[in-house]
Ligand binder design. Structure first.
Ligand SMILES: Cc1cc2nc3c(=O)[nH]c(=O)nc-3n(C[C@H](O)[C@H](O)[C@H](O)COP(=O)(O)OP(=O)(O)OC[C@H]3O[C@@H](n4cnc5c(N)ncnc54)[C@H](O)[C@@H]3O)c2cc1C
Length: 447
């Protein structure tokens, strides 16, 4: 009988349009495997929980097909070498997991295209250098054909199964404590749910995406697919082609958002430390403040600024935050509170279920001013006027500050925070004074 291949699921937990699975299945029996180690599991509690949920969903789907997900814990290289020895497998197939983790060396690993529109690092300026601005990157990407998605692959079972952890022992939600039950009410898990979400978005929301995408009070205004994309429950190129086929208003704007995702990955390929260092090193002398009590109030949704606190609560409860509100919350931390963007990135790392190291780092640096194509530092969002503009009836803020969202936040938050969900604290800073302080710091740093 043909020797089996290992399909290392990495961050591509789907059967449709999965180049690694398709290649493994074409070679013979397939053993789907996942490895739990510090390098391959996300650092944050919410992202770990979401990965665990996705693995359970994939395992259930595989079991329906007569297969299963074999999970082992330990250093990836040693664990995979052990699986090769136990199974006699001929190769390990994996979709390029950048930016989530680096591929271990010294294994018979066959690397397949990442879940991107275009492989990171392939687009370059006329001078052969990486793109540093989004618009030319996007023009170049948009002008190229994006590969059509592959069909759903079969998963032929091996004659024998290697031992793996019992699913009850995967333990990926442990750090969430009480918050896991709250998150679970909001999350849509797995490949089928992602496809349903895409179909509903195409039918009901794509045509108004150009305007609704900025409206946190319209929760169905955006696709809500970012966590499914981060886990690879759906492929970016299958979304791309579905949107192109549907066409009409909203389609081009939506495609360009997928382009931002590819841009972030491309930047991180060229600047792997983008999550730790200012992308623009001219910012190294900027007087950011280290972590501080006001930043702690920001984390706890207790700044007294409604739009910021509403967004921070949305993230704590659902593991996601509307993009417009992410920008407002990030701007408030880095400008009104003059706090280092890395303080914010770390909190998002810990609380987002759609955590993506490249998108998170690029967007934080974009807001802070130190990133590629960044918003100019002197453009300081006023959270109140942003709220009036993008949440005109106040529905979004009311939901999180005084409505059911406030109760959900009290349920999810650590007891040590002693959340009194409807109490509004006085502002940690007046908006005018915070803005002024930020502009003065910027003026001094520029000199
Ligand atoms: C400070 C900050 C941190 C962020 N951190 C993350 C993160 O960790 N993970 C993450 O996936 N997104 C991040 N984003 C980008 C964006 O907020 C989310 O992708 C978006 O809110 C997801 O909602 P959606 O799927 O409904 O998006 P839609 O509007 O439906 O967009 C479709 C897809 O395009 C991609 N996309 C959209 N906007 C962006 C963007 N600005 N940058 C990169 N990709 C984008 C996402 O994959 C998204 O799912 C961050 C933005 C900010 C301002």
């Amino acid at each position: 009988m043909t020797r089996p291949s290992l399909w290392w699921v990495g961050r591509d937990l789907r059967l449709a349009d999965n180049p690694a699975l398709s290649a493994a299945a074409a070679a013979g029996p397939v053993i789907p495997v996942a490895v739990l180690d510090d390098a391959t599991v996300p650092p944050g509690a919410a992202a770990q929980w979401r990965l665990g949920q996705s693995m359970h969903s994939l395992d259930a789907r595989l079991r329906d097909l007569g297969s299963r997900l074999v999970v082992r814990r330990g250093d990836a290289r040693t664990t995979l070498a052990g699986l090769l020895a136990d199974t006699g497998a001929q190769a390990i197939h994996l979709c390029d997991p950048h930016p989530f983790f680096a591929v271990p060396q010294g294994l018979p690993l066959v690397l397949h295209p990442a879940n991107n529109l275009m492989a990171s690092g392939t687009l370059a300026t006329g001078a052969g250098t990486p793109y540093r601005r989004f618009t030319p990157f996007w023009k170049s990407l948009r002008a190229r054909p994006i590969a059509a998605p592959l069909d759903t692959a079969p998963v032929p079972a091996p004659a024998d199964w290697p031992a793996g952890l019992d699913p009850a022992d995967w333990d990926l939600g442990a750090a969430m404590n009480r918050g896991a039950a709250v998150l679970a009410r909001h999350a849509r898990i797995g490949e089928a749910a992602a496809r349903q979400r895409l179909d509903a978005f195409l039918a009901d929301s794509l045509s108004a995406y150009g305007t609704d995408r900025d409206r946190p009070d319209r929760p169905l205004g955006t696709s809500g697919l970012s966590d499914a994309l981060a886990l690879g429950e759906i492929s970016a190129r299958s979304i791309w082609h579905a949107v192109l086929d549907r066409g009409g208003p909203g389609a081009e704007t939506f495609l360009s958002e997928l382009g931002w995702r590819d841009f972030a990955r491309d930047l991180m390929r060229h600047s792997p430390d983008m999550g730790r260092q200012n992308w623009n090193r001219d910012w190294d002398g900027f007087p950011w403040q280290a972590d501080n009590p006001q930043a702690e109030a920001w984390r706890r949704a207790q700044t007294g600024i409604d739009m910021v606190d509403a967004g921070m609560r949305e993230m704590y409860v659902t593991g996601r935050m509307h993009n417009r509100v992410r920008m407002i919350a990030a701007s408030f931390l880095t400008k009104h509170l003059l706090t280092d963007w890395r303080v914010g990135t770390r909190w998002f790392d810990d609380t987002l279920i759609d955590w993506d190291p490249a998108s998170n780092a690029m967007n934080w640096q974009w807001v802070a001013g130190s990133g590629p194509d960044a918003a100019p530092y002197f453009r300081v969002f006023n959270p109140d006027s942003q709220g009036d503009r993008f949440d005109p009836s106040g529905r979004y803020r009311a939901h999180w500050l005084t409505g059911p969202g406030a109760d959900a936040f009290a349920e999810a938050a650590p007891r040590a925070w002693r959340v009194d969900p409807r109490r509004r604290p006085p502002p940690v800073v007046t908006l005018a004074a915070g803005r002024q302080r930020a502009l003065e710091a910027y003026a001094i740093a520029r000199r």
